[in-house]
Each structure stands twice: as C-alpha cells, then as structure tokens.
Ligand binder design. Structure first.
Ligand SMILES: [Zn+2]
Length: 366
C-alpha cells in the first residue's frame, strides 16, 4: 500500500510517479480553494491511472462528486479496489472508456465540471478543446503535457503540426513550453467565444502542467498572444507583436532575432489564487509547497523569459559570478523587478535586459 497525502492506494501495473507529487499537491490545494469559495466541487479525472488524484480530490479537497475514468480496462480491478475497496469511498462514478469520446459526450450533454484533470501523455493538443468543452464557465482545467521536445524547439516540425507554432530552442525554452500550451488554450477558448485565465503553470523537470480558469470574456489580444524574439548573438530577448513580424531585429545589436510563437505572453499564474492556496498550505503545514508558491507568485507577471547566471557570466566574460541573491537584490535596488524563475533555480527573471544584468554582475563580481 502506498500513501500520498490522505490517500492510500496500490499501484499494480498502473503508471505512477511519486516524483510528480508536487503537481498533485498543487491540484489538491487549488481544488480545495475552489470548494471553499464556490461551495461545491464536481471533478472529472479523465485519465485516472491508479486513482490517486480522484482519492485526493475527494479526501483532501472535499469534492462532492468525482467522475473517475480510465481508458485502460485492465486497470478496472485495481481502481475498484483503490476507490471502493476500503473505508475511503469516493462519491461519484467509475468508468473505463476512451477519454476523448467521454469528453465529447460531456460537452454534447452540457455536463460541465468544476475541475477537469487530464494527465495526458505526449502531445496534449487533442485534449485542449475537449477539456475546455467539459469545463463549466468559472471552472478549472488542469492539464499535463510531456511533449517537451516539441515545445522546447527540438522538433520544430512536430510543434508546427501539433500546435501550429514555430518553436525554437534557447535558454528560456522550458518556460516557452508552458506558454505555448497556455497560448493554445487561449486560442481554443477564443474560438469558442470564451477566454481563459492561467491559474498556475509548472515545469517539474520532465513534465509540464498548466491550470486555467475558463471565463466568459475573450482574453486573446495581440499584446498577450504573440511571439518571443531571441538574439543568439548577444542573448537579449524581446516580445514581438504580430504586426511587427516582418522586421524583428535585436534591440541591442540590430541583427535578425530568432522567433518563437505564437504563445501566451501574459501572466503565468493567478497571484491572488496562489496566495489563497499558500494560506491553506501553511495551515496544512506543507512547508515545501509554501516555498514553491512564494516563487510562483513572485514570477507571475514578469517578462516571458529569464537569463541563466552562466549566460550572464559568459556574455559578460566575467571572471566570477555574484550569488543569485546578490544579483537580484542589486537589480531591485536599481529599480527593476527581479526574482528566481521556478523553471530554473540558477537564473534571474527580471524586467532588466541582459546587458543591464551583465553590467550589475560585473560590479558585484567577487
Ligand atoms: Zn543582439
């Protein structure tokens, strides 16, 4: 028997990674806040595996009702045992069918959920519009992508075919992966006459997870859904508007920039929602999650890229690098916003350009 949070379960032949507990912990916190503020929580766990997420939403987020679905019928005895076999009975229903068919039917029947959790494997694009279609207005969609090689620019033709995006590789490419997913969700929502607001975005080291809120008002604009430019010569980034695509040169050296997009350029997370989750994490004494939520809140509205410390040292030909904390403090003292991105602990996310970071690091070098 495994235990995670309040859930006890067996894994059997199901796919389960204890390393991604952080993703489930944040999902449980977000769902619990939803339950507290909306007074109800109806969950669809579309790719349930061993059922750990369904159990935790029921036991820890206090879900009223959970529809647990798993596409692999061989997992039926395991899931029945885990969800119904002992004292921790989950209120809801258990099915074993193709999740795409199930989501289609939910949308057709106008059966909308407060939280749709889709732990997809590989290319998540086929599930974006289906997931949004089963989410109620104001509800949450929590989606995995393991499609990192395409989204970080290592398989550009795949990213074009799956997402309609030209993805290029550069130092901040893991954040780009989250933003391509968010952009695709925003575009899908807009095509339905709706909008989405990012609640949280997380790179775990292998997988990408985004949680978005479906809203009435269309959010997609040319300033928040566009392109990222990167200069391979001097390492500077810029965001690029659709209307300026034909003339994108580096703002420092005037050489042509490498362009990725379109993607979401707006906030990565909902700071206020994360603050509520953090208060709950404190009450539950989840200290590591409290720290992570601090990091996420700090980066939520900063520019859609970051600079690695090694990059600052290399570009500036510095003999020694200041500590990350010293550099961030100096940037803030100079009037910039600056913090550590959750994607890379050895980097700074800031409103300063790379040239300013190099100049400050040069003054601080040990
Ligand atoms: Zn340049």
């Amino acid at each position: 028997m495994y235990q995670e949070g309040k859930a006890q379960f067996e894994i059997g032949v199901a796919f389960f990674r204890s390393a991604t507990q952080v993703v489930r912990d944040l999902g449980v916190l977000a769902a619990a806040i939803y339950r507290q503020t909306q007074g109800k929580l109806r969950v669809l766990d579309g790719m349930a595996g061993c059922g750990v997420r369904s159990l935790r939403y029921a036991l820890e987020s206090d879900a009223n009702w959970v529809w647990t679905n798993e596409g692999n019928p061989e997992l039926e005895p395991l899931l029945r045992q885990n969800l119904q076999g002992n004292s921790q009975t989950v209120p809801g229903q258990l099915t074993f069918e193709n999740v795409q068919r199930l989501l289609h039917r939910c949308a057709a029947n106008r059966d909308y959920f407060d939280l749709v959790d889709l732990d997809c494997f590989g290319d998540s694009m086929p599930y974006l519009s289906l997931g949004l279609g089963a989410t109620r207005i104001g509800g949450l969609l929590y989606l995995t992508s393991t499609d990192g090689r395409s989204l970080t620019g290592h398989l550009p033709l795949n990213s074009l075919r799956s997402y309609g995006v030209v993805a290029r590789s550069h130092p901040a490419a893991q954040e780009q992966a989250l933003r391509i997913l968010l952009g695709a969700l925003q575009q899908q929502a807009a095509s339905m006459g709706l909008g989405m607001e990012p609640v949280l975005s997380l790179f775990t080291g292998q997988t990408y997870r985004v949680m978005v809120r479906l809203v009435h008002k269309t959010q997609l604009q040319t300033h928040n859904y566009g392109f990222l430019g990167y200069c391979h010569r001097c390492g500077e980034y810029q965001t690029v508007d659709w209307l300026k695509l034909g003339r994108v040169n580096c703002e420092k050296c005037d050489r042509p920039a490498t362009i990725t997009g379109p993607m979401w350029l707006g906030p990565l997370h909902d700071r206020f929602y994360l603050a509520a989750m953090q208060t709950l994490a404190q009450a539950w004494q989840w200290s590591k999650r409290v720290d992570l939520l601090t990091t996420l809140q700090a980066e939520a509205t900063l520019p859609p890229y970051f600079y690695r410390l090694g990059e600052i040292g290399k570009r500036g030909k510095l003999h020694g690098l200041p500590s990350r904390e010293a550099l961030i403090s100096a940037l803030i003292a100079q009037g910039f916003s600056a913090t550590t991105p959750h994607v890379d602990s050895q980097a700074v996310k800031t409103t300063a350009c790379l040239g300013d970071c190099v100049a400050i690091a040069r003054r601080l070098q040990p």
